[in-house]
Design a protein around this ligand. Sequence first.
Ligand SMILES: *Cc1c(COP(=O)(O)O)cnc(C)c1O
Ligand SMILES: [Zn+2]
Length: 433
Amino acid sequence: MSVAGLVCSLCGERFPVSAQYVCTECFGPLEVAYDWEAVRQRLTSEPFPCHTSSLWRYRALLPVNEIPPNDLGAGFTPLHPAERLAKEIGLEELWIKNDTVNPSYSFKDRVVALAVATAQQMGIPVVACASTGNLASALAAHAARAGLPAYLFVPADLEPEKILGAAVYGPHIIGVKGTYDDVNRLCIQIADRYGWGFVNINLRPFYAEGSKTLAFETVEQLGWDLPDHVVVPAAGGSLATKIAKGFQELLDLGLVFGERPRVSIAQAAGCAPIVRAWEAGLDHVEPVRPQTIARSLAIGNPADGVLALKTIRETGGAAAAVTDEEIIEGIRLLARTEGIFAETAGGVTVAALRKLVAQGHIRPDERTVLYITGNGYKTVSALEGQASAPPVVEPRLADFERWYATHSSAQAVELRPAGFPAASQGGVHPCPE
Ligand SMILES: *Cc1c(COP(=O)(O)O)cnc(C)c1O
Ligand SMILES: [Zn+2]
């Protein structure tokens, strides 16, 4: 394996591989350190296997030896050109990385895949997490598949559909009175005392590596080329930080050439501690109390907030926060223009993209990638009241025709018996028998 140990992402202090996650010198977050010579050798002897259409395709750049048994196959999701959305927003080239189609319908399957593989490698018998919802269902799914007991700690007032989406896999779910940040504090205590494998706490250095695969896939799907600018939703700030790290690793390894992509982040106005710190030019993040429909991004005290700020500044990105109304508009705009139904976090990302373009932070000629990280069926209640009940007709042709004739807004196509070319298209004939 090409892992050399753990390293503090703030002061650079090194530690051996273990379920440790904070630096004992400066309390900074730890990350996986690689032996890059070993990585290079591994890439020469086993280049990215093109028959592996999951994130394990990039295992040479991940802290694992081989694909874990009973894997769920997260990752390698589609990258779609988004011409209609680009036009509405005023961009020349826009791509959507559609991570709504992962096994449990959010990008969290990527990080959990790494964390559960690590728990199995370390022989940790119990996995757990503090979650705003998506992590809970991803961990419940992966633990079920791996046959590990899972304990999920969530805010007691979490949306019922998110509880259900995790409960179906049969984990232990504990509702905790308070916000995500209260849940997280309790979980840190449990992790410290009992040594359970909390995927986003003591396994976090390994967990976080899963997010890099979004950068690797994007580059490969662009034909081994880099985007100019990416827009990433931020909760704890790990995803944005690790996408930037993924691009940098491909550059360092000489697998791609060009400018480092600019990383901009998107948050909901009701929970935007990273955006506010960026706007105020701060080096630290002031915690906030979340109040937004984008529950999957509602982390008021982001664990990787400082690193996310650093990522924005070092790559020349920007940050934008959007209101709940703008989030709903964003969800509808993406669905209407590109046929992708995203959860509230996706609405945040689309609305923030629009704002960043309008404010000139993203230039129209920048090749931009938008990361859509969660599926709309997870947060259908956010759209309540957004669609009126459809009209009802009798099951008779004449009834349908009467409805069609009296609703001008429905007349997208002219009603004409099939099989005959339109009069105005005189040169066109039906296909011969
Ligand atoms: C967790 C999550 C994010 C952001 O993740 P962080 O790494 O905590 O910033 C983005 N989108 C969705 C849908 C998520 O569930
Ligand atoms: Zn340190």
